[in-house]
Design a protein around this ligand. Structure first.
Ligand code: NDP
Length: 323
Protein backbone atom coordinates (compact mmCIF):
# COMPACT_ATOMS: atom_id res chain seq x y z
CA UNK A 1 0.00 0.00 0.00
CA UNK A 2 1.10 3.57 -0.74
CA UNK A 3 0.87 6.67 1.36
CA UNK A 4 -0.44 8.68 -1.57
CA UNK A 5 -1.67 8.27 -5.12
CA UNK A 6 -2.02 11.25 -7.45
CA UNK A 7 -4.37 10.86 -10.40
CA UNK A 8 -3.55 13.18 -13.29
CA UNK A 9 -0.42 14.45 -14.98
CA UNK A 10 -1.04 18.11 -15.73
CA UNK A 11 0.50 21.02 -13.79
CA UNK A 12 -1.65 20.26 -10.71
CA UNK A 13 -0.72 16.58 -10.61
CA UNK A 14 3.00 17.04 -11.18
CA UNK A 15 3.27 19.93 -8.73
CA UNK A 16 1.46 17.88 -6.09
CA UNK A 17 3.93 15.09 -6.88
CA UNK A 18 6.95 17.37 -6.46
CA UNK A 19 5.73 18.44 -3.02
CA UNK A 20 4.62 14.97 -1.93
CA UNK A 21 7.87 13.41 -3.12
CA UNK A 22 9.96 16.03 -1.34
CA UNK A 23 7.94 15.24 1.81
CA UNK A 24 9.16 11.65 1.34
CA UNK A 25 5.66 10.30 0.70
CA UNK A 26 6.90 8.31 -2.34
CA UNK A 27 3.87 9.20 -4.48
CA UNK A 28 2.53 7.08 -7.26
CA UNK A 29 1.26 9.31 -10.08
CA UNK A 30 -1.16 7.85 -12.59
CA UNK A 31 -0.70 9.63 -15.91
CA UNK A 32 -3.17 8.80 -18.63
CA UNK A 33 -2.26 6.16 -21.20
CA UNK A 34 -2.92 8.57 -24.09
CA UNK A 35 -3.25 12.08 -22.66
CA UNK A 36 -0.28 12.13 -20.28
CA UNK A 37 0.87 15.64 -19.53
CA UNK A 38 -2.60 17.13 -19.76
CA UNK A 39 -3.81 20.03 -21.79
CA UNK A 40 -0.46 21.80 -22.10
CA UNK A 41 0.70 18.95 -24.33
CA UNK A 42 -1.63 20.43 -26.96
CA UNK A 43 -0.35 23.96 -26.54
CA UNK A 44 2.45 25.70 -28.36
CA UNK A 45 4.17 28.66 -26.75
CA UNK A 46 3.36 29.27 -23.08
CA UNK A 47 4.24 32.88 -22.37
CA UNK A 48 2.66 33.39 -18.96
CA UNK A 49 4.27 30.73 -16.78
CA UNK A 50 6.60 32.60 -14.42
CA UNK A 51 10.28 31.87 -14.78
CA UNK A 52 10.30 31.57 -18.57
CA UNK A 53 10.72 35.13 -19.88
CA UNK A 54 11.21 33.87 -23.45
CA UNK A 55 8.25 31.50 -23.21
CA UNK A 56 8.35 27.72 -23.24
CA UNK A 57 6.61 25.13 -25.39
CA UNK A 58 3.74 23.47 -23.48
CA UNK A 59 5.10 19.92 -23.86
CA UNK A 60 8.58 21.06 -22.73
CA UNK A 61 7.08 22.58 -19.61
CA UNK A 62 5.29 19.33 -18.82
CA UNK A 63 8.41 17.20 -19.40
CA UNK A 64 10.31 19.45 -17.01
CA UNK A 65 7.58 19.15 -14.37
CA UNK A 66 7.60 15.38 -14.73
CA UNK A 67 11.40 15.24 -14.50
CA UNK A 68 11.28 17.36 -11.35
CA UNK A 69 8.64 15.10 -9.77
CA UNK A 70 10.60 11.96 -10.68
CA UNK A 71 13.87 13.40 -9.45
CA UNK A 72 12.46 13.45 -5.91
CA UNK A 73 11.04 9.94 -6.06
CA UNK A 74 7.65 10.06 -7.79
CA UNK A 75 6.78 6.88 -9.66
CA UNK A 76 4.80 7.55 -12.83
CA UNK A 77 2.50 4.93 -14.36
CA UNK A 78 1.03 5.46 -17.85
CA UNK A 79 -2.41 3.96 -17.54
CA UNK A 80 -6.02 5.04 -17.11
CA UNK A 81 -7.87 4.86 -13.85
CA UNK A 82 -11.09 2.93 -14.45
CA UNK A 83 -12.53 3.02 -10.93
CA UNK A 84 -11.87 4.28 -7.44
CA UNK A 85 -13.16 3.32 -4.01
CA UNK A 86 -12.73 6.30 -1.75
CA UNK A 87 -14.61 5.57 1.46
CA UNK A 88 -12.73 4.24 4.48
CA UNK A 89 -9.13 4.73 5.53
CA UNK A 90 -7.67 2.77 2.62
CA UNK A 91 -8.49 4.05 -0.87
CA UNK A 92 -8.43 1.72 -3.86
CA UNK A 93 -7.53 2.79 -7.41
CA UNK A 94 -8.02 0.32 -10.27
CA UNK A 95 -6.28 0.82 -13.61
CA UNK A 96 -7.16 -0.22 -17.15
CA UNK A 97 -4.41 -2.84 -17.06
CA UNK A 98 -6.16 -4.52 -14.14
CA UNK A 99 -3.58 -3.34 -11.62
CA UNK A 100 -5.07 -2.35 -8.28
CA UNK A 101 -3.30 0.21 -6.11
CA UNK A 102 -4.14 1.20 -2.56
CA UNK A 103 -3.22 4.30 -0.61
CA UNK A 104 -4.13 6.24 2.49
CA UNK A 105 -4.59 9.46 0.52
CA UNK A 106 -5.62 10.26 -3.04
CA UNK A 107 -5.29 13.53 -4.93
CA UNK A 108 -7.56 14.02 -7.92
CA UNK A 109 -5.92 16.23 -10.53
CA UNK A 110 -7.87 14.90 -13.48
CA UNK A 111 -8.28 18.24 -15.24
CA UNK A 112 -10.99 18.86 -17.78
CA UNK A 113 -12.08 17.56 -21.16
CA UNK A 114 -12.84 19.41 -24.39
CA UNK A 115 -16.46 20.55 -24.63
CA UNK A 116 -18.43 19.44 -27.67
CA UNK A 117 -21.01 21.27 -29.74
CA UNK A 118 -23.43 18.36 -29.41
CA UNK A 119 -24.14 18.01 -33.14
CA UNK A 120 -24.96 14.65 -34.74
CA UNK A 121 -22.12 14.77 -37.25
CA UNK A 122 -19.49 16.06 -34.83
CA UNK A 123 -18.44 12.59 -33.62
CA UNK A 124 -18.76 11.01 -37.06
CA UNK A 125 -16.42 13.56 -38.63
CA UNK A 126 -14.04 13.77 -35.65
CA UNK A 127 -10.58 13.20 -37.08
CA UNK A 128 -11.96 13.81 -40.57
CA UNK A 129 -12.05 17.58 -40.47
CA UNK A 130 -13.49 18.11 -36.98
CA UNK A 131 -10.82 18.62 -34.33
CA UNK A 132 -10.32 19.94 -30.80
CA UNK A 133 -6.57 20.37 -31.10
CA UNK A 134 -4.89 22.77 -33.50
CA UNK A 135 -1.38 21.75 -32.55
CA UNK A 136 -2.24 18.09 -33.16
CA UNK A 137 -4.11 18.48 -36.44
CA UNK A 138 -3.25 21.91 -37.87
CA UNK A 139 -0.62 20.45 -40.16
CA UNK A 140 -3.29 18.58 -42.13
CA UNK A 141 -4.95 21.83 -43.20
CA UNK A 142 -2.21 23.38 -45.32
CA UNK A 143 -3.68 25.94 -47.75
CA UNK A 144 -7.24 25.02 -46.67
CA UNK A 145 -10.16 27.09 -45.47
CA UNK A 146 -11.06 26.28 -41.88
CA UNK A 147 -12.96 27.70 -38.93
CA UNK A 148 -12.52 27.87 -35.20
CA UNK A 149 -15.61 27.98 -32.99
CA UNK A 150 -15.41 29.99 -29.75
CA UNK A 151 -14.57 33.39 -28.35
CA UNK A 152 -12.14 32.62 -25.52
CA UNK A 153 -8.36 32.47 -25.26
CA UNK A 154 -8.31 28.94 -26.63
CA UNK A 155 -10.16 29.97 -29.79
CA UNK A 156 -7.84 32.95 -30.35
CA UNK A 157 -4.76 30.86 -29.75
CA UNK A 158 -5.96 28.10 -32.06
CA UNK A 159 -6.97 30.55 -34.79
CA UNK A 160 -3.63 32.36 -34.70
CA UNK A 161 -1.72 29.08 -34.72
CA UNK A 162 -3.77 27.66 -37.59
CA UNK A 163 -2.86 30.60 -39.85
CA UNK A 164 0.58 28.97 -40.12
CA UNK A 165 -1.06 26.31 -42.28
CA UNK A 166 -4.46 27.41 -43.56
CA UNK A 167 -5.11 30.03 -46.23
CA UNK A 168 -8.05 31.36 -44.26
CA UNK A 169 -9.35 30.91 -40.74
CA UNK A 170 -12.84 31.98 -39.76
CA UNK A 171 -13.60 32.51 -36.10
CA UNK A 172 -17.25 31.74 -35.48
CA UNK A 173 -18.55 33.24 -32.25
CA UNK A 174 -22.07 33.29 -30.86
CA UNK A 175 -21.76 36.86 -29.57
CA UNK A 176 -20.33 40.11 -30.96
CA UNK A 177 -17.64 40.43 -28.32
CA UNK A 178 -14.90 38.10 -27.18
CA UNK A 179 -14.21 36.58 -23.81
CA UNK A 180 -10.52 36.22 -24.72
CA UNK A 181 -7.86 38.36 -23.06
CA UNK A 182 -7.03 41.65 -24.76
CA UNK A 183 -3.57 40.56 -25.94
CA UNK A 184 -4.95 37.41 -27.56
CA UNK A 185 -7.79 39.37 -29.19
CA UNK A 186 -5.41 41.96 -30.58
CA UNK A 187 -3.16 39.28 -32.02
CA UNK A 188 -6.10 37.66 -33.80
CA UNK A 189 -7.53 41.00 -35.03
CA UNK A 190 -4.14 41.92 -36.50
CA UNK A 191 -3.86 38.67 -38.44
CA UNK A 192 -5.18 39.19 -41.96
CA UNK A 193 -5.80 35.49 -42.50
CA UNK A 194 -8.43 35.55 -39.72
CA UNK A 195 -12.00 36.68 -40.39
CA UNK A 196 -14.54 36.92 -37.58
CA UNK A 197 -18.11 35.76 -38.06
CA UNK A 198 -20.05 37.31 -35.20
CA UNK A 199 -23.38 36.34 -33.63
CA UNK A 200 -23.29 32.95 -35.26
CA UNK A 201 -23.42 29.36 -34.16
CA UNK A 202 -22.70 26.16 -36.02
CA UNK A 203 -25.90 24.11 -36.23
CA UNK A 204 -24.82 21.54 -38.82
CA UNK A 205 -21.66 19.97 -40.19
CA UNK A 206 -21.60 18.60 -43.73
CA UNK A 207 -19.38 16.01 -45.37
CA UNK A 208 -19.55 12.32 -46.13
CA UNK A 209 -15.94 11.31 -45.61
CA UNK A 210 -14.40 14.63 -44.62
CA UNK A 211 -15.85 17.99 -43.70
CA UNK A 212 -16.99 20.08 -46.65
CA UNK A 213 -18.93 22.81 -44.88
CA UNK A 214 -21.07 23.91 -41.98
CA UNK A 215 -24.47 25.49 -41.50
CA UNK A 216 -24.42 28.73 -39.54
CA UNK A 217 -27.36 30.20 -37.68
CA UNK A 218 -27.46 33.91 -36.91
CA UNK A 219 -28.10 34.15 -33.16
CA UNK A 220 -29.99 37.46 -33.60
CA UNK A 221 -32.22 36.72 -36.59
CA UNK A 222 -32.27 32.91 -36.65
CA UNK A 223 -31.36 32.99 -40.36
CA UNK A 224 -29.30 30.03 -41.56
CA UNK A 225 -26.61 29.98 -44.24
CA UNK A 226 -23.99 27.55 -45.51
CA UNK A 227 -20.25 28.13 -45.20
CA UNK A 228 -17.79 26.07 -47.22
CA UNK A 229 -14.71 24.90 -45.38
CA UNK A 230 -12.54 21.82 -44.93
CA UNK A 231 -11.81 21.95 -41.23
CA UNK A 232 -13.69 22.81 -38.05
CA UNK A 233 -11.77 23.36 -34.82
CA UNK A 234 -13.94 23.46 -31.71
CA UNK A 235 -12.54 25.60 -28.87
CA UNK A 236 -15.54 26.29 -26.65
CA UNK A 237 -14.06 25.43 -23.28
CA UNK A 238 -13.75 22.38 -21.14
CA UNK A 239 -15.71 20.39 -18.59
CA UNK A 240 -14.12 19.02 -15.42
CA UNK A 241 -13.33 15.29 -15.57
CA UNK A 242 -15.33 13.96 -12.66
CA UNK A 243 -16.72 10.68 -14.00
CA UNK A 244 -14.56 8.63 -11.61
CA UNK A 245 -16.00 10.24 -8.50
CA UNK A 246 -19.72 10.37 -9.36
CA UNK A 247 -21.70 9.17 -6.37
CA UNK A 248 -18.65 9.34 -4.09
CA UNK A 249 -17.71 13.02 -3.92
CA UNK A 250 -19.90 16.12 -3.86
CA UNK A 251 -19.86 18.33 -6.95
CA UNK A 252 -20.48 22.09 -7.22
CA UNK A 253 -23.16 23.59 -9.49
CA UNK A 254 -20.30 24.23 -11.98
CA UNK A 255 -19.64 20.49 -12.10
CA UNK A 256 -16.28 20.71 -10.34
CA UNK A 257 -15.36 18.60 -7.29
CA UNK A 258 -16.49 20.46 -4.16
CA UNK A 259 -13.69 21.33 -1.74
CA UNK A 260 -13.75 23.08 1.63
CA UNK A 261 -12.92 26.78 1.31
CA UNK A 262 -9.47 27.47 -0.07
CA UNK A 263 -8.32 23.96 0.77
CA UNK A 264 -8.23 20.89 -1.44
CA UNK A 265 -10.24 18.80 1.05
CA UNK A 266 -13.22 16.98 -0.41
CA UNK A 267 -16.13 15.66 1.63
CA UNK A 268 -14.19 12.41 2.23
CA UNK A 269 -11.23 12.24 4.59
CA UNK A 270 -8.00 11.48 2.75
CA UNK A 271 -9.37 12.55 -0.62
CA UNK A 272 -8.12 15.81 -2.12
CA UNK A 273 -8.64 17.56 -5.43
CA UNK A 274 -6.60 20.12 -7.36
CA UNK A 275 -6.37 21.96 -10.66
CA UNK A 276 -9.04 22.37 -13.31
CA UNK A 277 -11.19 19.67 -11.73
CA UNK A 278 -11.90 22.09 -8.83
CA UNK A 279 -11.56 25.41 -10.65
CA UNK A 280 -14.27 26.72 -12.98
CA UNK A 281 -12.79 30.21 -13.04
CA UNK A 282 -9.05 30.73 -13.42
CA UNK A 283 -7.88 27.53 -15.08
CA UNK A 284 -4.31 28.59 -15.75
CA UNK A 285 -1.25 26.35 -15.66
CA UNK A 286 0.14 28.41 -12.81
CA UNK A 287 -3.08 28.36 -10.76
CA UNK A 288 -3.35 24.61 -11.33
CA UNK A 289 0.24 24.19 -10.15
CA UNK A 290 -0.50 26.26 -7.05
CA UNK A 291 -3.59 24.19 -6.41
CA UNK A 292 -1.47 21.03 -6.64
CA UNK A 293 0.77 22.46 -3.94
CA UNK A 294 -2.23 23.04 -1.68
CA UNK A 295 -3.41 19.45 -2.20
CA UNK A 296 0.00 17.96 -1.42
CA UNK A 297 0.30 20.02 1.77
CA UNK A 298 -3.25 19.10 2.83
CA UNK A 299 -2.51 15.44 2.16
CA UNK A 300 0.76 15.64 4.07
CA UNK A 301 -1.03 17.08 7.12
CA UNK A 302 -3.75 14.46 6.85
CA UNK A 303 -1.24 11.61 6.69
CA UNK A 304 0.66 13.03 9.66
CA UNK A 305 -2.58 12.87 11.67
CA UNK A 306 -3.17 9.15 11.02
CA UNK A 307 -2.44 6.48 13.64
CA UNK A 308 0.98 4.84 13.48
CA UNK A 309 -0.36 1.36 12.76
CA UNK A 310 -2.21 2.58 9.68
CA UNK A 311 0.83 4.48 8.41
CA UNK A 312 2.98 1.40 8.95
CA UNK A 313 0.81 -0.48 6.45
CA UNK A 314 1.74 2.09 3.82
CA UNK A 315 5.38 1.06 3.98
CA UNK A 316 4.88 -1.69 1.44
CA UNK A 317 5.13 -0.20 -2.04
CA UNK A 318 4.30 -3.40 -3.89
CA UNK A 319 1.17 -3.27 -5.97
CA UNK A 320 -1.38 -6.00 -6.06
CA UNK A 321 -2.68 -7.09 -9.42
CA UNK A 322 -6.01 -8.66 -10.18
CA UNK A 323 -6.47 -11.24 -12.89
P1 NDP B 1 -13.62 29.86 -22.12
O1 NDP B 1 -14.64 29.24 -21.26
O2 NDP B 1 -12.82 31.01 -21.64
O3 NDP B 1 -14.31 30.31 -23.48
C1 NDP B 1 -15.18 29.46 -24.16
C2 NDP B 1 -15.73 30.22 -25.35
O4 NDP B 1 -16.54 29.32 -26.11
C3 NDP B 1 -16.60 31.39 -24.96
O5 NDP B 1 -16.38 32.45 -25.85
C4 NDP B 1 -18.01 30.84 -25.09
O6 NDP B 1 -18.94 31.79 -25.52
C5 NDP B 1 -17.86 29.84 -26.20
N1 NDP B 1 -18.81 28.73 -26.05
C6 NDP B 1 -19.03 27.95 -24.95
N2 NDP B 1 -19.93 27.00 -25.22
C7 NDP B 1 -20.30 27.18 -26.51
C8 NDP B 1 -21.20 26.51 -27.37
N3 NDP B 1 -21.90 25.44 -26.98
N4 NDP B 1 -21.32 26.96 -28.63
C9 NDP B 1 -20.61 28.02 -29.07
N5 NDP B 1 -19.73 28.70 -28.30
C10 NDP B 1 -19.58 28.27 -27.05
O7 NDP B 1 -12.68 28.62 -22.57
P2 NDP B 1 -11.21 28.64 -23.16
O8 NDP B 1 -10.94 27.21 -23.45
O9 NDP B 1 -11.07 29.60 -24.25
O10 NDP B 1 -10.30 29.12 -21.96
C11 NDP B 1 -10.35 28.42 -20.72
C12 NDP B 1 -9.32 29.02 -19.74
O11 NDP B 1 -8.00 28.74 -20.22
C13 NDP B 1 -9.46 30.52 -19.61
O12 NDP B 1 -9.18 30.87 -18.28
C14 NDP B 1 -8.37 31.05 -20.52
O13 NDP B 1 -7.89 32.30 -20.11
C15 NDP B 1 -7.30 29.97 -20.37
N6 NDP B 1 -6.43 29.91 -21.56
C16 NDP B 1 -5.31 30.67 -21.55
C17 NDP B 1 -4.45 30.67 -22.63
C18 NDP B 1 -3.24 31.51 -22.56
O14 NDP B 1 -3.17 32.39 -21.73
N7 NDP B 1 -2.25 31.29 -23.41
C19 NDP B 1 -4.72 29.84 -23.82
C20 NDP B 1 -5.96 29.11 -23.75
C21 NDP B 1 -6.77 29.15 -22.64
P3 NDP B 1 -19.44 32.99 -24.57
O15 NDP B 1 -18.33 33.98 -24.57
O16 NDP B 1 -20.65 33.43 -25.27
O17 NDP B 1 -19.70 32.37 -23.24
Amino acid sequence: MRQIIIIGSGPAGYTAAVYAARANLKPLLIASSVEAGGELMNTTEVENFPGFPDGIQGPDLMFKMQAQAEKFGTEVVYDDVVSVELSGDVKTVTLGSGAVHQALAVIFATGSAYRKLGLDDEERLAGHGVSWCATCDGFFFKERVIAVVGGGDSAMEEASFLTRFADKVYVIHRKDNLRASKIMQDRAFANDKIEFIWNSEVVGIQGTETVTGVTLRDTLTGAERPLELQGLFIAIGNDPRVHLVHGQLDLTPDGTIAVAGRSSKTALAGVFAAGDVVDPTYRQAVTAAASGTVAALDAEHYLASLPEDLLAQAGDLELTTTA
